[in-house]
Design a protein around this ligand. Structure first.
Ligand code: ZN
Length: 352
C-alpha cells in the first residue's frame, strides 16, 4: 500500500494543531511536552518520508522520557554550581517520573549510558515504571484541549501498550522537527520557570540547563577520535594541530543527541567555519568511511569509556537530516565561507 504524503494544507493544519495543543492544553505536569517531544524524536528515528502510519510501543516512548528528563532530574545548576534544588515539574507534588529517575541516579550515578550498559536490569525496571506513568497520565490525555478532543496524532484507545501515529503524522514531525522541537522546548521552559518562580528568581539560563548539551564531557572523545582519524582533520584532511575541537557532525541544533559516532575532531578554524551548517557530501563520505573502517574499534572504545553511542541511530539521524535539507533546497558547508545547495548525490555516500 502506498501512502500519499500530506498536502500543503494538511501540513499547515498539523502545525496549527501542535500550536493548539501547547496553547490550550491543560498542563499540570510537563509530561505532555515530553510526550510530543518523544513522538517527534521517534518519528525521526523510526519513521519514513512517506505518509505511512507509524506503530510505536509505549516502552519506546518511556525510554525517550527517561532521556529527556535525565538532565532535568539532577539538582539545578547555576554557572556550574549546584543549587541542590530539583526543579518542580508538576503543580502538586513532584512528578513521579522525576522522583523515579532521581532515585536511579542516586543508585547508579549520573551517567545514563552507564545505567543502560552496566545496570540493564535497573534500566529496564526504570523504563517499565515510567511506561506505567506514560500510559496512565499523558498518553490518553494529550489530545484534549479544554474539554474538546483534538485527536490528530493517534487514536485515543485509552488502553494498551502501543499507539499508531495516523497517516501523515510521522511525515510532518520529520519535516518540521526543528520547528516543533523549538515550540515544545520554549513552552516547557516557560512552564518550569513559572512552577519554580519563587525559587529561581530571575535565573535566565534555565533553557540551557533543561535542554543544553554537556560541553564538559567532550574532551573524553578526543583521544579516541584522534586515533581513528589517524591525526587528520575530518574536514580539510590535513594533520591536526593542538588547536582542535571535538564537535557534532550532524549539528546539535538540528538534532540534539550526544552519540559517539556523531563526534568528529577538526581544526578550530575548520570547525568554527562549519559552525551549525550541515557538512557537504565529501565530508559526509569521510564521516561514513571513518565510522565504517573503524566500526569495531570505535564501538569498543566508546563503550569502554562509558560514552554514549548507537551507530544505527546516528546513521538514521544523518539520513534524515540530509533528506530534509535536500527537500528544503538547503545549503551545506564546503570549506571556509563556501556553501552550496545540497544535491541528490548525498545518498550515494550511504550506498557505497
Ligand atoms: Zn581542518
Amino acid at each position: 500500500m502506498t501512502w500519499p504524503i500530506p498536502t500543503p494544507e494538511e501540513q499547515v493544519q498539523f502545525l496549527r494543531n501542535i500550536q493548539r495543543l501547547l496553547a490550550e492544553g491543560l498542563f499540570v505536569a510537563s509530561y505532555k511536552f515530553a510526550l510530543v517531544h518523544a513522538l517527534a524524536d521517534l518519528a525521526v528515528l523510526k519513521g519514513e518520508d512517506t505518509g505511512a502510519p507509524l506503530d510505536l510501543e509505549t516502552k519506546d516512548i518511556a525510554a525517550k522520557f527517561v532521556e529527556l528528563y535525565w538532565r532535568q532530574s539532577r539538582p539545578f545548576q547555576i554557572g556550574g554550581e549546584t543549587t541542590g534544588l530539583i526543579l518542580q515539574q508538576n503543580t502538586g507534588k513532584q512528578a513521579a517520573i522525576i522522583s523515579q529517575i532521581a532515585q536511579s541516579q542516586q543508585e547508579c550515578g549520573g551517567s545514563l549510558f552507564r545505567l543502560k550498559q552496566t545496570a540493564s536490569d535497573r534500566w529496564s525496571a526504570l523504563v517499565a515504571e515510567v511506561d506505567q506513568v506514560v500510559r496512565t497520565m499523558p498518553l490518553w490525555k494529550l489530545q484534549t484541549v479544554g474539554n474538546e478532543p483534538l485527536e490528530f496524532l493517534y487514536e485515543n484507545l485509552g488502553r494498551g501498550n502501543r499507539i499508531t501515529l495516523k497517516p501523515g503524522v510521522a511525515y510532518c514531525f520529520r519535516a518540521f522537527y526543528e520547528l516543533v522541537r523549538d515550540l515544545i522546548e520554549g513552552a516547557w521552559v516557560r512552564f518550569v520557570q513559572k512552577l519554580n518562580a519563587n525559587k529561581l528568581g530571575n535565573v535566565t539560563d534555565l533553557g540551557t540547563f533543561l535542554f543544553g548539551q554537556e560541553r564538559a564531557s567532550l574532551d573524553a572523545y578526543r583521544p579516541i577520535l584522534l586515533e581513528v582519524q589517524k591525526g587528520i582533520c575530518l574536514y580539510c584532511q590535513k594533520p591536526l594541530s593542538k588547536q582542535s575541537q571535538v564537535d557534532h557532525f550532524v549539528p546539535w541544533s538540528r538534532y540534539p543527541a550526544d552519540l559517539g559516532h556523531n563526534f568528529i575532531l577538526a581544526h578550530d578554524k575548520c570547525n568554527n567555519a562549519k559552525s551549525d551548517f550541515l557538512a557537504a557530501e565529501n565530508h559526509l563520505a569521510a564521516w561514513i568511511e571513518r565510522n565504517r573502517e573503524h566500526q569495531v574499534e570505535l564501538q569498543d572504545r566508546l563503550v569502554a569509556a562509558a560514552l554514549p553511542c548507537d551507530l544505527t541511530a546516528s546513521i538514521q539521524i544523518a539520513k534524515w537530516v540530509y533528506q530534509q535539507t535536500e527537500k528544503a533546497n538547503g545549503q551545506v558547508w564546503v570549506m571556509e565561507k563556501v556553501l552550496r545547495h545540497l544535491g541528490p548525490d548525498w545518498t550515494k555516500c550511504f550506498a557505497a
